[in-house]
Design a protein around this ligand. Structure first.
Ligand SMILES: Cc1cc2nc3c(=O)[nH]c(=O)nc-3n(C[C@H](O)[C@H](O)[C@H](O)COP(=O)(O)OP(=O)(O)OC[C@H]3O[C@@H](n4cnc5c(N)ncnc54)[C@H](O)[C@@H]3O)c2cc1C
Length: 722
């Protein structure tokens, strides 16, 4: 419907196509807007650097809402409000250029006052369309169940759509094809129990370790791709090389899962928040949910409900509750200080809804150690941290060191993450990564695909230069010199000024601490790091590189292959503690069924993914979160299908023998038995269960497999440090 028809407005736009841009989360978001004299006919969003899997998905969604509603006062896409706001602001600029007062377009389309009720009946309702939920939905569909997936955000994916993509592949075909033949579920189980500590649940760990390889094989058979080129990595806490990265990272992973879910015949309703559980005769019998935008309330009857709602990291109150609940014998929470200072780098949807829903049915929970804090956060927005894990790894062997504010090295930079975190904590919560220009080029390149680019970093550097008001022309650095990526290049003194060259970050915009200098001293001064001590530290470190031996912290020679070049540009960046995922959650039994505090299984209620506590204990081995989400999702899909079929068979038998009436809902399940199993999910408390779907003949895409290469350079570096 046109705005003119809706409002009676007669003002005319000047027909045409207009372009404009506004600042998003990671840089400018450009739009092209086509209008007639009274209607917006098209809005397209141009190339931008918004976070893949979140902002990049939300931007076109916001644009189509504006065209649909002929208004700029549309609902922002939940989970990506900054990007949505940027699209709206850019469109309003374009409308201004078209001769209209943008205020006239801020017309709120009334939320339907009459709420429509809809009822649905399915075998399984999955709450949350992250990786655990979508994989469970596909597995359940393949086993013959009817499935409805409800997702509160406007797009599916959750944390699984934005994560880094490190994925543990123990005991899988892909691991064997990459030359690791001796990994076993028992070894993986041992690692999980050791690394996770006392709060690891042996039953859940067993379930994870016995099915992790099957889950990886299942994913590959379903078209999920891993980047196998640089071989397997052995992460900290892992006895064996078992880590691969998802090809295309988590955005591609989530996209593949969306496609699979759609193809499986499971229905996904996005923008639909599950608000309550339906409990009948002591059994969880469905959910209530609401889509506010459409004005629909759903009453879903289901024989099984799977909570796959992700973590609770975005809910500060629950984090604090977790901290308070896990006081050690000295009356202190081991993670408390770290967590209070840590940036949050997860998704806003991870606000613990699953815990609240579980509580309605009396489900027990253990919030565990709250969250694993990592040291490698870049504060991209106040309080928000992006992971620098991959970028740090890329510069480790090159000209780079970590120092404290006093300019001293404090740790073996190639050492275990928890040792670096402890050093960072002792240093007052920040470490400063000092890089020469060659290292910085590799650092920026490694951020590609993570929503951060060289341009973003350069924009922040210029914004910081503008804020610290360079005292003379010599301190202004040439763009050419700054971007050529060549170690040792000397900047010219006649470069454009910082403010002239800062289109992406305005002076007032927030910028994390990242600076550069034509000398080490200049960079140090800008970063607030002691310049004299830093100069001594760098000279001493370069001596270690020359001798192939770090006398101070034992950084292995393989992790210091080139000195910190002092003849060219120097970059310094502040790294702060961050967390993205949470450790605790609802307690499940060995069949992933939620249980009461007394240990009784709650009929009809299952859990999977980050909301289910136990497999990862106090600290997650890197790559285990995604592995757990996939494994528990696949297992949940299979076990729910098995349970419902057994219940249906029992009820049929009871009816034919004149017993009690069969439970409702069996009519909605496909009557066919699942196709012959290629693998079996192994459950500690039950018979083996079928997982449908082929085992990959070859887990590898032959073009990028390179078994001969073995563990990566990083792996070698880490090995040397342990
Ligand atoms: C930045 C970042 C990097 C990471 N990197 C890695 C990595 O490299 N390796 C690794 O192993 N792990 C990593 N993780 C952790 C990993 O991504 C998560 O643990 C995992 O994806 C969780 O999957 P999930 O399906 O349980 O939850 P999610 O993927 O978060 O999905 C949960 C979904 O439930 C929805 N939901 C919640 N409440 C409701 C409700 N009431 N109604 C309807 N829907 C609801 C949410 O909107 C969300 O879409 C990373 C996490 C982040 C944030």
């Amino acid at each position: 419907m046109s705005l003119a028809l809706l409002t009676g407005r007669v003002e005319a736009l000047v027909p045409g196509t207009y372009t404009a841009e506004a600042q998003g989360m990671m840089g400018p978001v450009p739009v092209t807007v086509t209008v007639t004299d009274r209607e917006i006919t098209m809005i397209s969003v141009g190339p931008n650097r918004e976070t893949p899997g979140v902002g990049a998905v939300a931007a076109p969604m916001t644009a189509s809402r504006m065209v649909e509603e002929q208004s700029t006062a549309v609902d922002l896409v939940s989970g990506a409000t900054l990007t949505s706001r940027a699209v709206v602001a850019a469109v309003e600029k374009a409308l201004t250029a078209a001769g209209e007062d943008p205020k006239a377009w801020r017309r709120t389309v009334p939320i339907p006052t009459e709420i429509r009720k809809e009822t649905r009946t399915v075998d399984l309702v999955v709450v949350g369309a992250g990786s655990a939920g979508m994989i469970a939905a596909v597995a359940a569909r393949e086993a013959g169940l009817s499935v409805l997936v409800l997702e509160k955000a406007d797009f599916s994916g959750g944390a699984s759509g934005v994560c880094t993509g490190a994925f543990l592949v123990p005991d899988s075909h892909v691991q064997r094809e990459l030359g690791i033949l001796d990994d076993t579920p028992e070894k993986f189980e041992r690692d999980l129990l050791t690394w996770g500590g006392a709060s690891t649940d042996p039953v859940t760990v067993k379930l994870y370790s016995e099915n992790a390889g099957l889950a990886v094989d299942w994913l590959i058979a379903h078209g999920v791709r891993f980047d196998t080129q640089s071989g397997l990595v052995r992460p900290q806490g892992s006895e064996t090389p078992r880590e691969l990265t998802l090809r295309g990272g988590c955005p591609e992973y989530a996209q593949r899962l969306r496609t699979l879910t759609g193809e499986s015949g499971a229905e996904i309703l996005t923008g639909t928040k599950v608000e309550g559980l339906r409990i009948e005769n002591g059994r969880v019998a469905g959910v209530t949910a609401k889509n506010g935008r459409r004005g629909v309330e759903y009453e879903v009857s289901a024989r099984a409900v799977l909570l796959a709602t992700g973590g609770y990291g975005a809910n500060r109150a629950t984090i604090e509750e977790a901290v308070a609940a896990s006081i050690d014998k000295n009356g202190k929470h081991p993670n408390e200080e770290l967590l209070s200072a840590a940036l949050y780098g997860g998704v806003v949807s991870a606000d613990g809804d699953g815990l609240v829903l579980g509580a309605e049915a009396g489900a027990a929970r253990d919030l565990g150690n709250a969250a694993t804090v990592r040291w490698d956060g870049l504060e991209v927005l106040p309080g928000t941290g992006a992971s620098l894990k991959r970028a740090n790894q890329a510069v480790l062997p090159l000209g780079s060191i970590l120092v404290n504010r006093e300019g001293e090295r404090v740790v073996n930079e190639a050492g275990p993450d928890d040792a670096i975190l402890a050093a960072q904590h002792r240093a007052g919560g920040s470490l400063f990564l000092v890089m020469d220009e060659g290292a910085f080029g590799s650092f920026a390149a490694a951020l590609k695909g993570r929503g951060l680019t060289r341009e973003t970093l350069d924009g922040w550097i210029r914004a910081n230069e503008a804020k610290t008001a360079p005292s003379n022309a010599e301190s202004t650095i040439s763009e050419e010199g700054a971007s050529n990526g060549v170690a040792g290049s000397v900047a010219t003194a006649t470069a454009p000024t910082a403010t002239e060259a800062a289109p992406a970050v305005s002076e007032s915009a927030f910028a994390p601490l990242i600076v550069r200098g034509t000398t080490l001293e200049e960079a140090a001064r800008r970063a607030g790091v002691d310049p004299e001590t830093l100069a001594e530290t760098a000279a001493r470190y370069n001596g270690f590189v020359l001798n192939g031996k770090d006398d101070d912290f034992g950084r292995p020679a393989s992790a210091m292959t080139s000195p910190l070049s002092l003849s060219g540009l120097v970059y310094i960046l502040e790294e702060k503690p961050r967390y993205a995922t949470t450790q605790g959650g609802l307690i499940a039994n060995g069949r992933l069924q939620a249980i009461t505090p007394e240990g009784a299984p709650i009929e009809g209620l299952w859990v999977a993914g980050e909301v289910a506590r136990g497999a990862l204990g106090q600290a997650a081995v890197p790559g285990t979160n995604l592995g757990w989400a996939a494994t528990s999702g696949l297992t949940a899909g299979a076990v729910i299908a098995d349970t419902l079929k057994r219940e249906a068979a029992k009820n049929t038998a009871a009816v034919t023998t004149g017993g009690a009436n069969a439970a409702s809902g069996a009519d909605t399940a496909d009557t066919e038995a699942p196709s012959a199993p290629a693998n079996s999910v192994k459950l500690p408390e039950s018979e083996p269960l079928p997982v449908t779907g082929p085992t990959p003949a070859s887990a590898l895409d032959r073009h990028d497999a390179n078994p001969a290469e073995g563990p990566s350079a990083r792996d070698a570096a880490l090995d040397g440090s342990r």
